[in-house]
Design a protein around this ligand. Sequence first.
Ligand code: AMP
Length: 586
Amino acid sequence: MEYSKLVEIYEQLNRTTKRLEKTHIIAEFLKDINAEETEYVMLLLEGRVFPSYDAREIGVASRLMLKSLSTATGIPTDRIEDEWRKLGDLGLVAESIVKTKKQATLHSAKLNVKKVFGNIRKLAELEGQGTVERKTQLIAELLTSAKPLESKYIVKTILGEMRIGVGEGAMRDAVVWAFFGDKIGIKYVKEGNDVQIEDRETYSKYADAVQSAYDAANEFAVVAKAAKSKGLDGLKHIEMHIGIPIKVMLSLKVDTIEEGFETVGKPAAVEFKYDGFRIQAHKDEKGSIRLFTRRLEDVTRQFPDAVDFIRKNVKGKNFIIDSEAVGYDRKTGKYLPFQNISQRIKRKYEIERMARDFPVEVNVFDVIYYDGKNMISEPFESRRKLLEKIIRQEPKKIVLSRFIKTSDKKEIEKFFEDAFEAGNEGLMFKSLHAPYKPGARVGHMVKFKAIMETLDLVIVAAEWGEGKRSKWLSSYQIACTDEDGNLLEIGRASTGLKEKEEEGLSFMEMTKRLKPLITSEKGKEVKVKPKIMIEVGYEEIQKSSSYSSGFALRFPRIIGLREDRGPEQASTLDYVKKLYEGQKKS
Ligand code: AMP
């Protein structure tokens, strides 16, 4: 397929903000693509070249892009920089300078999707000496053949700045409309932006099947291919693979023990809620173990200690288990809050030392796959029983999550105190009969916490400080997301960071992390790629017309980085609303 065809779709998607129209555009496009193209196109539509669980990064910052643009067009970097300042976006700069250049040279070759995808992927694979040169060449090679609009999207894809509003929800619906649309009698009506569905019940059946297939495979290419060639049956047979993470099951929140019972039923399974971070551990038949975070990032290298505990203490040929790794104090044995171990997650060096200084205990609470069998449809109680058989517990290494089965409020109150005493956040209530629902925030498990909920927000902009803080980006605009993953601002935060590095997360550290992510600068204000996640506490959530979320935080305070989460895991607007409503009640 020619890349220009995909670019035309990007343009159409850019022209509308309406989710249904976007879905329709993608669905129509998907009907015509073949299996090989599906591989590239499904990722490129979301502005990426690797699936979300793949840890590889393209690794091209604005500087390198400027250089590549200069190499491709022969225009000096400082002139391109002037243009950048004017237009504020390197994609637009590429479009504009390639246009000028093309008029002069009339050179034009045809680019196909495979070539664009291939070159961008190669960028992530280069390492060592000469990397910058090789990267520049790979990008310049694309840009010299690209038409102006094509160069805009090539640059945006490489920089990870597509923002055409195509999230998981739209992709999922587009797959349903494209491949099952005629079975359900689906019709998109442009006037009024409406969709008519003849058979709603069948629609839900297909939508659920597509969603479940995606939760297991984590790649729309796999889902679209199965749907196209084998229909519903194909979707049902998408199996999980050891080594490819599946989305984790998420929890809802309750404010009282009664509400906990109401949601999960009586008797309930009640467990300690550990304040660590999620680890999904996979072991294959060869004995190789891999660990993934909740955002499906591979952290095997960072946690050799956890790998070792799992290898020695969990029986089984192959499995996928779900757990929480929690930091603890070697002296007192007490659990420590997540922030104490967060620095281990992205660590590249001195990993052994980190494991010694910041030890973790793995608390296993679920099993998703065991000895060749998919366990997700088994009731939770059976999965827990299986865990009890296969885990040899060794405190401060690997244990089962503390668990009681009860209908008694008093017993839960006592258990809650024990949990708190041991340094935990609260309790989880789980339904004994429920299946494991990957990716879903359904009421199969709910959290019950003692302290004020914090929010996980993404930094979208920042401001240079004043006086002695002038070297630092010292105030941060933070955002939550809507259901399509669009970012919605919810306030500004600067309290909580330290001026001295020894004291904890400092302005200097934050500046170091944000600087390479800057996409435009105006006065003191910089916009940044939405990558850095922070945990934010506050006094109160208030309604506000100053921010696009419609809410603001009173006295926000930064608790720390959330290295285990990405913007896809940011707190959602629905969650913010729920917390806001909850405040009114109490
Ligand atoms: P939250 O991050 O506040 O939405 O709470 C849900 C998270 O609690 C899960 O994603 C897990 O990482 C963590 N967690 C801690 N203890 C447990 C447990 N016993 N069962 C399930 N999740 C737990």
